[in-house]
Write a protein that binds this ligand. Structure first.
Ligand SMILES: Cc1cc2nc3c(=O)[nH]c(=O)nc-3n(C[C@H](O)[C@H](O)[C@H](O)COP(=O)(O)O)c2cc1C
Length: 433
């Protein structure tokens, strides 16, 4: 089997699968069981300073978005950082790390935005044996209102300042966890790098209200008739997280900055996608909360089998492999021309491709009286919507037109699309004349 051993900023783990800072990593009991199940590492549930105790709500903490089969697609939470005493957490961290020296154990931290608070918590965690710290500049609810979490993560100058304090007062590797609640994710990543961060991790949760009770007229989860925004995570956020990871991985300012990828990772394939876009490790929360710790077995065996198939002997050969293929729109090849093809043997004549194309797109699907659907190449713009709405996998596929053939929609020979902007067949060009 392929070797999944990972060395992320000097932190070693037997595989790249870490549990993200959240309820699954809140206490010794959980973390021991997670390691026994096979997780390569954990980021301990965020610790705060010994100020006023952290008090969670006593009503429901989660709102959920379900798929059609009641599969959990997204969770919204209003939980705070750990509400267990610092001393207890530190004792447990030390004990777990002593017993599992080969696993990664990173401590997530969130304290008020002053140097003494950071200096003092860093001194407290020094002798736990933990492998590194993750600075939680991401949680968007509860703590942000107190000037911490995403309130710091949304101001690059604060990120840089706090990261520098941490690097000044600790020799531990430092991962800066970013909030996605910002317009350009590259800015906080650049700030973290300027402050001396060894890596960034992302994403933390996205500001959200998952639903509204239409009898009580309150957002859910409802606490005695009132609700508040929470942080959204799970499979639904994966596309947003992948894009943000890719943006950091390919930006000249942050290229090479190690990334721990987080957001909706549920299977080995999700993890491999994050890694291909530049993540040297991945972190998981919602999937573990939904299915339990054993999901890591599928991740380990799936990634190993994939790496064997590809001939990769180490995870480093996968990390970042897709980054050169992420580009800006203007560099996409207009001479790559495809048309939809419907496999009549697989077609169940449901007509969804027809309805979508006829009503909302390009009127490129014909229906005959026997409910046989065919593609009109002269209308098909290759948008892919018919493939997306077809309920039968592989029934509709996009097939590439060979170079040199004429695209019946435009009358342009495939290969000549570089001139399309000014070509006389282009109605936009004609209109501009
Ligand atoms: C209930 C809950 C509590 C969380 N608590 C923390 C936390 O204390 N610190 C932190 O950095 N992130 C926290 N997170 C965010 C996760 O670490 C992770 O960034 C996010 O859930 C996205 O990953 P996922 O899609 O795999 O869940 C929490 C998430 C959930 C669902």
């Amino acid at each position: 089997m392929a070797n999944l051993a990972t060395n992320f900023i000097g932190i070693r783990s037997p595989n790249p699968f870490w549990l993200a800072s959240a309820p699954p990593t809140d206490k010794e009991y959980n973390v021991r069981r997670a390691y026994e199940a096979g997780w390569g590492g954990v980021v301990w549930k965020t610790l705060g300073s010994e100020g006023p105790p952290v008090v969670n709500v006593n009503g429901p903490r989660y709102g959920v978005i379900y798929g059609a089969d009641r599969r959990v697609m997204g969770i919204n939470n209003i939980e705070l950082i750990t509400d267990r005493p610092l001393e207890v957490n530190l004792r447990e961290i030390k004990s777990v790390k002593r017993d599992y020296p080969d696993r990664a154990l990173i401590i997530s931290l969130m304290v008020p935005c002053d140097e003494d608070s950071w200096k003092s918590i860093l001194a407290r965690i020094e002798d736990t044996g933990a492998d590194g710290v993750e600075l939680n500049f991401g949680c968007p609810h509860g703590m942000a209102e107190r000037g911490m979490g995403s309130a710091v993560g949304q101001v690059p100058e604060y990120i840089e300042m706090v990261t520098r304090w941490v690097k000044t007062h600790s020799r531990m590797p430092c991962i800066v966890k970013l909030t996605p609640n910002i317009s350009d994710i590259r800015k906080p990543a650049e700030a973290a790098k300027r402050g001396g961060a060894d890596a960034v991790s992302l994403i933390n949760t996205i500001n959200s209200i998952t639903s509204v009770d239409l009898d009580d007229f309150a957002p859910e989860p409802k606490i005695d008739g009132k609700g508040t925004h929470g942080g959204y995570c799970g499979p639904a956020v994966k596309p947003i997280a992948l894009n943000m990871v890719a943006e950091i991985a390919r930006s000249p300012e942050t290229r090479g900055l190690p990334i721990s990828g987080i957001g909706g990772v549920t299977t080995w394939r999700d993890a491999a996608e994050f890694m291909a876009l530049g993540a040297g490790s991945v972190q998981v929360c919602t999937a573990a909360m939904t299915y339990g710790f054993k999901i890591v077995e599928e991740m380990i065996t799936g990634l190993s089998a994939y790496m064997d198939r590809k001939g990769f002997t180490s995870v480093d050969q996968l990390v970042g492999r897709a980054v050169p293929n992420v580009t800006d729109w203007q560099f996409l090849n207009l001479n790559y021309v495809t048309k939809a093809r419907i496999d009549q043997d697989l077609c169940i004549s449901c007509g969804r491709c027809f309805a979508a194309c006829e009503d909302t797109s390009h009127q490129a699907i014909a229906i005959n009286p026997g409910r046989v659907f065919t593609v009109k190449d002269e209308e098909c713009v290759a948008c892919n919507l018919c493939v997306d709405v077809c309920p039968v996998q592989d029934c509709i596929t996009m097939v590439e037109l060979p170079k040199g053939t004429m695209d019946p929609r435009t009358g342009i020979v495939v290969g000549d699309y570089a001139n399309w902007t000014t070509h006389p067949n282009n109605p936009m060009a004609r209109a501009a004349e």
